[in-house]
Write a protein that binds this ligand. Structure first.
Ligand code: NAD
Length: 473
């Protein structure tokens, strides 16, 4: 029986590269049945703000597999990113982007590398929780969970194990974000202990990315948070010679989505010059995922042979090195003609029957017994019309006292009040150890601020977890 898959043509170069890829899948006799849905600009312009219609969701829910061309995210209010909506609604927590050097066939600045970036796909600043706090200040909420971090780190180690890889590198910025990135790093260390045959290393993300960009041959599997992974995977994709080469998989416990790394390239849309290789590689990943490894290998090896033959799209074409500059469809025809042939220089696709990764789990269980409210960080819009001492005086006889006032994280009271910010955060802490703090105490503070014409724009409660501070500053 053929495997049903949902296919979306997308925007810009999407329809051209999808046609090319489907023609290769057809000729390779991939045992799939295709259900085509509409997504992207035209749908955004109708009534669905996420760029996908209810029929589209129904198809994906039925097939559980989506092969997707890139879509254009319209600028402006009311439109949400379709990609973010798909990842969140389908629980696609892992984004996998293998990037390989095709040297000497496709030139790049390096000789050999074979890097797989595994990016957490559901958390971090991609939660889309953003607020304008004041005239000048905006905030974006970064959410990192211990369970989500463990799940993606375990996925990375399982991936390394199943693909016979030797090392997993974790990138975080936990020297600055000790709670969020610190949690991701701790989850990585916890998971790594169960994989003694695989080397585990960690870099601070800035030097780590610099190293990947300059010495990619020293990396194997890299696991990181959503935003860092987004940036890093484009850097690595570009390093291999063209952003048009790499495909990516988005994997969840129930659903999976496969797409090219690049976007809809509106600058070259409709000209039959786009490279379909990124989407073709995504389709190869899809075939492996649904258990059609033989067809995946047939297509991948024919694709490598086509590159070796010097048949290149405009983004890869080099005078004197390439043999023939072809358009999108002609490139697909060349791949079709090479079905059954093997590359001579580039490495063939190695797939094992057992490369599918079972549901990644998290060991996280509640790791504390007693959670105690001890205070609150209350942020005010600030026009400097009052002195900071006036604020602290307001709470002189209150059961929570202000111990410090911050402006953008810098302590400005007690001490210097020379600062540039139109928002300040007052840290209220209970007066003595034995005191029990309740939400009513916090409400009393908010009421007092309002009675005195101060504008509260944000509030973050402070808790102790078995006596350990659940806040940092
Ligand atoms: P892009 O990847 O579309 O284009 C960047 C550059 O790479 C352009 O010069 C383009 O011509 C070239 N390029 C991209 N794919 C190519 C291919 N297959 N062959 C040859 N050249 C190729 O990035 P962008 O211009 O920043 O984004 C355009 C639109 O795509 C935006 O609306 C963005 O939101 C969207 N986007 C969608 C996805 C997705 O659907 N997964 C991903 C990234 C960007």
């Amino acid at each position: 029986m053929s495997t049903p898959i949902t296919v979306a043509y997308g925007d810009g170069i999407g329809p051209e590269i999808m046609e090319a890829v489907l023609s290769v899948l057809r000729e390779a006799e991939a045992n799939i049945s295709v259900d085509i849905i509409e997504i992207g600009e035209r749908i955004y312009n109708k009534e669905w703000s996420h760029g996908i219609s209810p029929n589209g969701w129904e198809s994906i829910q039925r097939t559980k597999i989506l092969l997707k061309s890139p879509t254009t995210t319209p600028q402006g209010k009311g439109h949400k990113s379709l990609n973010v909506a798909l990842r969140k609604n389908l629980g696609l927590y892992a984004n996998i982007r293998p990037c390989i050097s095709y040297n000497p066939i496709i030139e790049n600045k390096f000789d050999k590398f074979d890097v797989v970036v595994i990016r957490e796909n559901e958390e971090d600043v991609y939660t889309g929780i953003e607020h304008r706090l004041t005239g000048d200040s905006y905030q974006c909420t970064k959410i990192i969970t211990r369970s989500g971090s463990e799940k993606i780190c375990r996925y990375a180690f399982e991936y390394a194990k199943k693909h016979n890889r030797k090392k997993v590198t974790c990138l975080t910025k936990d020297n600055i974000m000790k709670m969020t990135d610190g949690t991701f790093h701790a989850a990585f260390d916890h998971v790594a202990k169960n994989y003694s045959g695989i080397k585990a290393e960690h870099y601070i993300v800035d030097i780590g990315m610099a190293k990947v960009a300059t010495e990619p041959e020293n990396f194997d599997v890299i696991v990181t948070e959503n935003l860092y992974g987004d940036i890093l995977s484009d850097i690595v994709a570009q390093t291999s010679g063209s952003v048009g080469l790499a495909g990516s998989s988005n994997i969840g416990n129930e659903y999976a989505m496969f797409e090219a790394v690049h976007g809809s390239a509106p600058d070259i849309a409709g000209r039959n010059i786009a490279n379909p290789s990124g989407l073709l590689n995504a389709a190869v990943h899809m075939l492996i995922y649904i258990g059609h490894a033989k067809t995946a290998k047939l297509i991948y090896d024919a694709w490598l042979k086509t590159l070796e033959d010097g048949v290149h799209t405009a983004d890869l074409y080099k005078e004197g090195k390439s043999k023939q500059k072809v358009g999108t469809q002609k490139f697909a025809e060349a791949v079709i003609n090479n079905l059954g042939k093997k590359p001579k220089v580039l490495s063939e696709l190695l797939t094992s029957k057992d490369s599918k990764i079972s549901q990644a789990r998290s060991d996280y269980k509640q790791d504390y017994k007693v959670k105690k409210l001890v205070g609150s960080d209350i942020t005010l819009a600030w026009d400097k019309s009052a002195a900071l001492d006036q604020i602290t005086q307001l709470f002189a006889s209150h059961n929570l006292k202000i111990i410090v006032i911050y402006a953008k994280g810098l302590a400005i009271w007690p001490g210097s009040s020379n600062f540039l910010s139109d928002q300040i955060t007052c840290r209220f802490i209970k007066n003595d150890e034995k005191q029990v703090v309740t939400n009513s105490d916090i409400i009393n503070i908010l009421t007092k601020f309002e009675e005195n014409n101060f504008n509260v724009v944000k509030m973050d409660n402070l808790y102790l977890y078995d006596g350990k501070e659940g806040f940092f500053s």
